[in-house]
Design a protein around this ligand. Structure first.
Ligand code: MIG
Length: 683
C-alpha cells in the first residue's frame, strides 16, 4: 500500500510514473513537524535495520550515520563523507518481530521526492532515532507491505522500469583517463586480444575531444574517427566516449552558439548565461531541466552516433564546478589584497579556504537558474535533478535516433527516476581494499532505488593499484552488470595484461563470460519484474537474525550468494551460510569443483586466482562452456549451455535470453522455462 502526501508546492521531478491520489489519512509512520521545511522523526527499536539511500558510503545497514542527498563531486570516498554523486531518497526501515510490537508499528518504506537537499540522520545524533529533514515543498510516499522485498517492489513499480542495456554492456570493459589517440586504443585492444583476453569496450575519456568540447573529436588524434570506430567494431570492441556537462564558451563552436541563441543555457540572476568553469575553462551549463533545451542537447549525441558510437558515459553532471566567474573574481581580489601581508593563523587559513572553496561552492549553486515551462527555478532547490536530466536528454534522443536498439548509457550523477534512462558508475574511488567492500555494499542499496546497471571502477580509480588488489576486485565484481576497469591519469597502468599473472586474469575474465548467460537472464528478469538483482542476505532470509548482520556477502539473482575477499593478503574468509548451500570453486571455466556446505559460519579458503560462489538449495544457473576462443558476448551464441547448481528433485529455471540489442523484450509468458535435473548438472 502506497500513501502519498504533498507538502507546499513541489516541482514535478518525474521521479515516479504512477499517478496516485493524495492520501486522506493522517501521516502516521513518523512524527511530522512542519517548520523550517519538513521534519520527520521516529524511534528505532534495537533490532530495526535501515536499508536503502542508494549511492552512499558505509554499510548495507545504514544505521549509525547521517547521509545528505546533495549530489557532490568529491572524490575522497571516506567514511565521513555525507554525500556522493547521486541522490536516492528511499529507505526501508525493517521492524523485526512486528507482530509482537506493543504499539503495532510495522516496517515501512519512505521516499522523499525533493530534489533539493535532504538529510537522513539514521541514528547519528541519537542512536535510536531516525530523523529526515527535507525542504518545505516535497512529496512523500509511505509504503507498507509484507516484508522488505514486497515494500521495495512496490516502490520500484512506483518509479517505473529500470533501464535495459544491450547485452554487450555485460562484457568486460577497459577504460583509463589518458588514452590519447587511435594508437593508444589499438594498443589496448591488442594487449587483450594477443593474450586471448575477452574485451567488449574501450572508453574514450576527455582526451578524445578537441579542447574538451562536447561532441567534437580531435582530428589530430583520430583523423578518421568513423572508420576507426568501424575498425574497432570489426574486432568486437565498442568505443564509449565521455560527455561532460559543461559546454565550452568559444565563438564558432556550434553547440555553444546555438545554445546562446536559443536560450538553452542556465541563466544567472541578471538573466545572462551563467558562467562556470570546468575542463575547457569557461563553460555554460545546458538547461536540461527545460524540455526544449533537453531535446536540443540530447540531439547532439547523434553527431557521434552517426560515426558508429553506440554507448556513452555522462560525467561532471552534479554539475561539478571548478569555479564560477563571479566567485573567482571575488577570491582573486581577496588573494591580491593579502599580498605582502604577514599571514597569521586566521588569515592564512582564510586564504587557503577561499581558494579551496572555489570548487563546487554552495553559493554558486544558488546563483543560477533553470527555466521550466516559463517558471524560473533556482538551481540549489532542484540541484539533484541535473545529472538525471542530462542522462534523460541522451536517452530520449536515443529513442528518436535509434529507436530499435538499446544504447549503453550511464551517468555519474543521478536522482531517482534516472534509473529508467541509464545506469551509474560509482565515481572516483581509490585503489584501496576498503573500496572493494564499499562497492559490494553499494550494490543492494542502488538496486533498491532502481539502479540496476551499475558497478565501480575496478582496480580503483585514484592511486596505484597492485596485482592482487585488481584480481580480488575483478572477482568481487564478477556479477556486477557493469564490469569496467578504470583508472586515473598518472596512476600505475592497470590493464590486466600489464601484470605478471596474465593467465589468471584471463581465466577470471573468461569466467565472467561463462556466467554472462546467468547475469543477463537475472538482470533482465529483475528489470522487467521490478526486482532486485543484488540483495542483502537478510532480504532472502528475513527470519534469520544473523543474516541482518552480514555486511560483506550478497544474494545475486535467484540462485547465487557471493562472499568476495576484500582484505589484503587474505587467503580466504569467513562466510555465513543461512542454509545449506553448494559451494562452487572455479580456477577456470574448465576447472570447477563443488561441495555441499552446511548452514552456519565457515572459514573458506579462497586463493587469489579462484572464484568461489554459493548456490542456494533447489537452484541452478546456466554456464556457457567456451570451447572456441571467446572474445565478446556475441561469441557466446555458439557456446554450449551447461548447468551448475544444487538440486535433488528437478527444478525449473526461467532462462531469459534475447538478441541482446533490440529495444523490446519479449513478454514474460514467452520466457523459456527449463527443467533441470540432478543428472543435467556438470557440477
Ligand atoms: O574531474 O574525465 O569520475 O571517471 O576519468 C575528473 C576525467 C573528471 C571524473 C570521472 C572520471 C574521469 C575523469 N572525470
Amino acid at each position: 500500500m502506497i500513501q502519498k502526501y504533498v507538502f507546499g508546492q513541489p516541482v514535478n521531478t518525474d521521479a515516479v510514473v504512477l499517478d496516485i491520489p493524495e492520501s486522506q489519512e493522517e501521516f502516521s509512520v513518523m512524527e511530522l513537524t512542519e517548520s523550517d521545511g519538513i521534519r520527520l522523526c521516529c524511534r528505532m527499536e534495537e533490532e530495526d535495520v535501515v536499508y536503502g539511500l542508494g549511492e552512499q558510503v558505509r554499510g548495507i545497514n545504514k544505521r549509525g550515520f547521517s547521509y545528505i542527498s546533495y549530489a557532490e563531486d568529491d572524490s575522497i570516498h571516506i567514511e565521513s563523507r555525507h554525500s556522493l554523486y547521486g541522490a536516492h531518497n528511499f529507505l526501508v526501515l525493517n521492524r523485526r518481530n512486528q507482530k509482537e510490537n506493543p504499539d503495532g508499528s510495522r516496517s515501512f518504506g519512505i521516499f522523499v521526492d525533493d530534489p533539493g537537499k535532504v538529510v537522513f540522520d539514521v541514528g547519528e545524533t541519537k542512536r535510536d532515532q531516525l530523523v529526515i529533514q527535507a525542504g518545505g515543498d516535497c512529496v512523500i510516499y509511505v509504503i507498507e507491505g509484507e516484508g522488505m522485498k514486497e515494500i521495495v517492489k512496490q516502490f520500484r513499480r512506483l518509479i517505473g522500469q529500470s533501464y535495459l542495456p544491450p547485452k554487450w554492456a555485460f562484457g568486460y570493459q577497459q577504460s583509463r583517463w589518458g588514452y590519447q589517440n587511435e594508437e593508444d586504443v589499438r594498443e589496448v585492444v591488442k594487449g587483450h586480444h594477443d593474450r586471448g583476453i575477452p574485451l567488449e569496450a574501450v572508453y574514450l575519456d576527455i582526451d578524445y575531444m578537441e579542447a574538451y568540447k562536447d561532441f567534437t573529436v580531435d582530428e589530430k588524434k583520430f583523423p578518421e574517427f568513423k572508420s576507426f570506430v568501424g575498425e574497432m567494431k570489426g574486432r568486437g570492441v565498442h568505443l564509449v566516449p565521455i560527455i561532460d556537462a559543461g559546454v565550452k564558451i568559444e565563438k564558432g563552436y556550434p553547440v555553444y552558439e546555438e545554445g546562446v541563441r536559443n536560450h538553452y543555457f542556465c541563466k544567472d540572476e541578471n538573466g545572462e548565461d551563467f558562467v562556470a568553469a570546468v575542463w575547457p575553462g569557461r563553460v555554460h551549463f545546458p538547461d536540461v531541466l527545460n524540455p526544449e533545451a533537453r531535446a536540443w542537447f540530447g540531439g547532439k549525441y547523434e553527431i557521434l552516433m552517426e560515426q558508429g558510437i553506440d554507448g556513452f558515459w555522462n560525467d561532471m553532471n552534479e554539475p561539478a564546478i571548478f569555479y564560477s566567474e563571479k566567485n573567482l573574481k571575488k577570491v582573486m581580489e581577496e588573494v591580491i589584497s593579502l599580498k605582502d601581508e604577514n599571514l597569521d593563523i586566521d588569515s592564512y587559513f582564510h586564504l587557503t579556504g577561499i581558494v579551496a572553496g572555489l570548487a563546487n561552492n554552495q553559493e554558486d549553486y544558488k546563483s543560477f537558474y533553470h527555466n521550466v515551462d516559463g517558471v524560473k527555478l533556482r538551481h540549489d532547490k532542484v540541484h539533484n535533478l541535473y545529472g538525471f536530466n542530462m542522462t534523460r536528454a541522451a536517452a530520449e534522443a536515443f529513442g528518436r535516433i535509434a529507436p530499435d536498439k538499446r544504447t549503453l548509457l550511464f551517468s555519474r550523477s543521478s536522482y531517482t527516476g534516472m534509473h529508467r534512462y541509464g545506469g551509474i558508475w560509482t565515481g572516483d574511488n581509490e585503489s584501496w581494499w576498503s573500496h572493494i567492500l564499499l562497492s559490494i555494499q553499494q550494490m543492494p542499496s542502488l538496486n533498491m532505488c532502481g539502479i540496476l546497471y551499475t558497478g565501480s571502477d575496478i582496480g580503483g580509480f585514484a592511486s596505484d593499484t597492485t596485482e592482487d588488489l585488481l584480481m580480488r576486485w575483478l572477482e568481487a565484481a564478477m556479477f556486477t552488470p557493469l564490469m569496467r576497469n578504470h583508472s586515473a591519469k598518472g596512476t600505475r597502468r592497470q590493464e590486466v595484461y600489464q601484470f605478471e599473472h596474465i593467465e589468471d586474469f584471463r581465466n577470471i575474465i573468461r569466467m565472467r563470460y561463462g556466467l554472462v548467460p546467468y547475469i543477463y537472464s537475472e538482470y533482465m528478469k529483475a528489470a522487467l519484474k521490478d526486482e532486485m538483482y543484488f540483495r542483502p542476505v537478510a532480504f532472502d532470509y528475513p527470519e534469520d537474525s544473523f543474516a541482518y548482520q552480514v555486511e560483506d556477502q550478497l544474494m545475486v539473482g535467484e540462485s547465487v550468494m557471493i562472499a568476495p575477499v576484500y582484505v589484503q593478503n587474505a587467503k580466504g574468509r569467513y562466510v555465513y551460510l543461512p542454509e545449506e548451500m553448494r559451494m562452487i570453486r572455479m580456477r577456470s571455466l574448465e576447472d570447477l569443483t563443488s561441495q555441499v556446505i552446511e548452514k552456519g559460519c565457515h572459514y573458506i579458503g579462497m586463493e587469489l586466482n579462484e572464484l568461489v560462489i554459493f548456490v542456494k538449495k533447489n537452484h541452478v544457473l546456466p554456464l556457457a562452456v567456451l570451447e572456441n576462443e571467446v572474445l565478446t558476448t556475441a561469441d557466446l551464441a555458439e557456446a554450449d549451455i551447461k548447468w551448475i547448481g544444487f538440486v535433488e528433485e528437478p527444478v525449473e529455471y526461467v532462462f531469459y535470453d534475447d538478441d541482446g540489442i533490440s529495444g523490446s523484450c519479449v513478454p514474460e509468458k514467452d520466457w523459456r522455462k527449463v527443467t533441470v535435473r540432478k543428472t543435467d548438472l556438470v557440477y
